[in-house]
Write a protein that binds this ligand. Structure first.
Ligand code: PLP
Length: 401
C-alpha cells in the first residue's frame, strides 16, 4: 500500500464506512461484528442515537471557545464525574496519554507543594501501558517503545506486576506515588488481584505516597463497575480516564481529590482543546446511558456470559486457546498460536478482536452487547479456531510443525 500516512501502524486492509450498534460495515456492504470497539472506546457501539444527537446538536451551536471561558457542559460533566467517584476535581484532556501526563505532573506538584520536591519518582509496573508521550513511555517502561527516542524521562521505577515485596523494596525517600492499571490492557488483560490493590492503597497511606490509577481502558463501565477499582473497595488519589468516556469522540480526563490536586493552580497546566464543548456534550451523553439504572448490571451479566462461553470455547479448542482471563467486558484469550494469526482468523469470520501483549487476543465489545451478539461472536470464534486447527493439521502433515 502506498500511503501518505506515517507507517507506524500495521493496518489491516479493511476500511469501514458506517456502523450501527456492535456492527461495522465496509463500503462494499460487508458486515463485521465489532468485539474490539476501537480498542475499548466505542462503549455504546456505533452511531448510538443519543450520542449522535448530542454531538450534532452541539455542532450546530458552538464547537470551541478555549478554556479562557467557562464551558457549562464541561462543568456539568465534571460535577457528574465527581458525584459518582472519589474525586473532587476534574481536568479534561484529549487523550489517555494526556490524562496520564496531567496525573504525573499533579503527583509531582503535590509533593513540591508539601516542601518535598525530591519526591518526584513514581513506581510503575512491568507490562504497563500508559501512552506514547515521552513521559508515558518512560512510565510504561517498555523497551520497544523507548528505543531510539533519546534519554528516558527520569522518575519512574519499574517493578514486576503484582509483586508486593518488589514495590516495598523500590520505595526510597524520593518516591512520591504508585501508578498502576487495575487490569493491564495492552499488557495482555492481566488483572491485579483486589487484595493487591488494597495493599497498594495501604502502602501509599503508610508512606505518604499518592495512588494513581490508570483507568483509561478499565473505566466507564468496562468491568461492570463505573471504575474497576470499585471492585477492591478502595479509592485512588488521582485517576486517568479516556477511551469509553468519549464513546469514540477523542477525550480523556484526570480526576483527583482536592488534596492531591492542591498544587494545580492557575497557569501551571493547560490544554487548548481539552474539555471543548463538542467533547463535553458527548461525554455527558455517554454518562446519561452508562449511569442509567441497570446498565452496569447488564455489563456484568454480559461479561459473565461471554466468559462462560469463552471457557467452553477453550474446552473445545485446547490446542488453540491456552488461557482465559479478565473481567466484565474486558476479556483476553492467551493463544497457543501467534495472537495476530488468531486475530486474522477471526477477521476472516468477520469478527473484530484486538491483539495485546503476552500473546493475548482481547475481546472488548461495546458495552451494549446482547446475549445474541455474544452467541454470534462465539460461533465465529469457533469457526476461526477450526480454521486454525485445520491449518495446524496441514502443516503437521507437511512436517512443518
Ligand atoms: C491503560 C492505558 N493507558 C493509557 C493509554 C493511552 O491512551 P491514548 O492512546 O488515548 O493516549 C492507553 C491506550 O491504549 C491505555 O490502554
Amino acid at each position: 500500500m502506498n500511503s501518505p500516512l506515517l507507517p507506524t501502524y500495521a493496518r489491516a486492509d479493511l476500511a469501514f464506512e458506517k456502523g450501527e450498534g456492535v456492527w461495522l460495515e465496509t463500503r462494499e456492504g460487508e458486515r463485521y461484528l465489532d468485539f474490539g470497539a476501537g480498542i475499548a472506546v466505542n462503549a455504546l457501539g456505533h452511531a448510538h442515537p443519543h450520542l449522535v444527537s448530542a454531538l450534532t446538536e452541539q455542532a450546530a451551536k458552538v464547537w470551541h471557545t478555549s478554556n479562557l471561558f467557562r464551558i457549562p457542559e464541561g462543568e456539568r460533566l465534571a460535577q457528574r464525574l465527581v458525584d459518582h467517584t472519589f474525586a473532587d476535581l476534574v481536568f479534561f484532556t484529549n487523550s489517555g496519554a494526556e490524562a496520564l501526563e496531567a496525573s504525573i505532573k499533579m503527583a509531582r506538584k503535590y509533593h513540591s507543594e508539601n516542601g518535598q520536591p525530591e519526591r518526584y519518582r513514581i513506581i510503575t509496573f512491568e507490562g504497563a501501558f500508559h501512552g506514547r508521550t515521552l513521559a508515558t513511555i518512560a512510565a510504561g517502561g517498555q523497551k520497544k517503545y523507548l528505543e531510539g527516542f533519546g534519554p528516558k524521562v527520569d522518575g519512574f521505577d519499574q517493578v514486576p506486576f503484582g509483586d508486593r515485596q518488589a514495590v516495598i523494596d523500590a520505595i526510597t525517600p524520593e518516591t512520591g506515588a504508585i501508578l498502576i492499571e487495575p487490569i493491564q490492557g495492552e499488557g495482555g488483560i492481566r488483572p491485579l488481584p483486589v487484595q493487591e490493590l488494597r495493599r497498594l492503597r495501604e502502602l501509599c497511606d503508610e508512606r505518604g505516597m499518592l495512588l494513581i490509577l490508570d483507568e483509561v481502558q478499565t473505566g466507564v463501565g468496562r468491568t461492570g463497575k463505573l471504575f474497576a477499582h470499585e471492585w477492591a473497595g478502595i479509592a485512588p488519589d488521582i485517576m486517568a480516564i479516556a477511551k469509553g468516556i468519549g464513546g469514540g469522540f477523542p477525550m480523556g480526563a484526570c480526576l483527583a481529590t482536592r488534596e492531591a490536586a492542591k498544587g494545580m493552580t492557575v497557569g501551571v497546566h493547560g490544554t487548548t482543546f481539552g474539555g471543548n464543548p463538542l467533547a463535553m456534550a458527548v461525554g455527558n451523553a455517554v454518562l446519561d446511558v452508562v449511569l442509567e439504572p441497570g446498565f452496569l448490571a447488564h455489563v456484568e451479566r454480559m461479561g459473565l456470559l461471554l466468559k462462560q462461553r469463552l471457557a467452553e470455547l477453550q474446552d473445545r479448542h485446547p490446542a488453540i486457546i491456552a488461557e482465559l482471563r479478565g473481567q466484565g467486558l474486558m476479556l483476553g484469550l492467551r493463544t497457543h498460536v501467534p495472537n495476530n494469526d488468531f486475530v486474522a482468523a477471526a477477521r476472516q469470520q468477520h469478527l473484530l478482536t484486538i491483539a495485546a501483549g503476552d500473546n493475548v487476543v482481547r475481546l472488548l465489545p461495546p458495552l451494549i452487547v446482547t446475549e445474541a451478539d455474544i452467541g454470534e461472536a462465539v460461533r465465529r470464534l469457533d469457526a476461526a479456531c477450526a480454521a486454525l486447527e485445520d491449518e495446524m493439521r496441514t502443516l503437521a502433515r507437511q512436517g512443518v510443525a
